[in-house]
Ligand binder design. Structure first.
Ligand code: KG4
Ligand code: ZN
Length: 349
């Protein structure tokens, strides 16, 4: 008879500026999800400072793991394996998570699975009631990535297209900075856009072959438009430009930019859908928290599409634990007893 004992995976995630640990049962049932965010620390610098991020991870890593176990109501005997993000991300940040996971795996005698952060974002969608079915089309949109990926099954996937320059989240963050809106840019742009007119400033969309994306031209177009709107056609420092724009102009620019990014993302996803006819479509990564993107995809896609809650779209360890469970079904853990996980800041899908 098949072994039906539930399998609890402890996930650990430190690829950027969130220190996170979570316990997930059988890849789908969330038992706990703890995220210590450093957003406030980095907001004063307008972006993530890698050295500061690594130091903050060290300070809270073990308490976050302990809290994840306590909230799940399990002790170490109730943890079957550990999954940890080993890339892509900031090298100093990744090292804190992997060193912690290696040490705990050795001390507590647990198998350890290294996890690809970008792929793990897709697994936030396995933690909700209506789980996606294969073949599955994933639009992965985060601060570092913009990709369309077709999954035939767990561990069996193909990259269909990706950004050729900036990631969608990166464009949100950079445009927010131009407009003097708070870091992280995505939520600030979305909030400003609610008060703006998305037709106020026509912005260009890239004409690309295939299923690739590009956002750097759009970002430059917003800068030029903002400079012209401010009555200046020369280069202004990032602190000068926002002071020359009215609140209404900022709201209109934010709305026009957001609408253009969403149009680009939806258009490519529709194209990928019609080419590959997947059973499910999911959207993953921090930008998947964007309300307009969710609404437009739901409206325009001729498929059932369900979304993970916003706290599972941005960086967390529950998605890492979920992918860890499915990896454990098809892969061997890291060699024992010399448990070493190689971090890879530029790990691709
Ligand atoms: O996945 P994530 O938490 O971290 C990375 O792996 O990059 O994504 C962070 C990105 C940031 O660029 C942030 O501005 C963006 O997700 N983001 C949003 C929203 N919430 C977060 N972008 C657009 N709309 C949002 N509501
Ligand atoms: Zn992420």
């Amino acid at each position: 008879m098949a072994d039906t004992k539930p399998m609890n995976v402890l996930g650990i995630e430190t690829s950027c500026d969130e220190t996170a640990a979570a316990v997930v049962q059988n890849g789908t049932k969330l038992l706990s999800n703890v995220v210590a965010s450093q957003t406030e620390i980095h907001a004063q610098y307008g972006g993530v400072v890698p050295e500061v991020a690594a130091r903050s991870h060290i300070e809270v890593m073990l308490p976050v793991v302990e809290q994840a176990l306590a909230e799940a109501g399990v002790d170490w005997s109730g943890i079957d394996s550990i999954a940890v993000t080993h890339g892509p991300g900031l090298v100093g940040s990744l090292l804190i998570g992997t060193l912690t996971a290696e040490t705990l795996a050795e001390l507590k005698n647990k198998p350890l699975y290294p996890i690809n952060h970008v792929q793990s974002h897709v697994y936030a969608n396995f933690l909700i009631d209506t789980q996606p079915k294969f073949p599955l089309l994933a639009l992965i949109v985060s601060g570092g990535h913009t990709q369309l990926v077709l999954f035939k099954d767990h561990g069996n996937y193909r990259l269909l297209g990706q950004t050729l320059d900036d990631a969608a989240g990166e464009a949100f963050d950079k445009v927010a900075k131009m407009l003097g809106l708070a870091y992280p840019g995505g939520p600030s742009i979305a909030a400003a856009a609610l008060k703006g007119d998305d037709l106020a400033y026509p912005l260009p969309k890239p004409k690309l072959e295939g299923l690739n994306f590009s956002f750097s031209g759009l970002k430059t177009a917003v800068l030029r438009t903002a400079q012209q709107t401010a009555g200046k056609d020369y280069k202004l420092s990032s602190s000068e430009l926002p002071k020359l724009l009215t609140e209404k102009q900022k709201h209109d620019l934010a709305a026009s930019f957001q609408k253009t990014v969403v149009d680009i993302l939806v258009n490519r996803t529709l194209e990928a859908y019609s080419q590959h006819q997947p059973t499910s479509v999911v959207i993953a990564g921090g930008v998947a928290a964007n309300r307009l993107l969710r609404d437009e995809l739901k409206k325009q896609l001729p498929a059932e599409i369900s979304y993970a809650p916003i706290n599972l779209c941005t960086d967390n360890a529950a998605m890492v634990a979920s992918l860890g469970y499915f990896q454990a079904q098809i892969h061997q853990p890291v060699d024992y007893p010399d448990i070493k996980v190689a971090v890879n800041p530029v790990l691709s899908m």
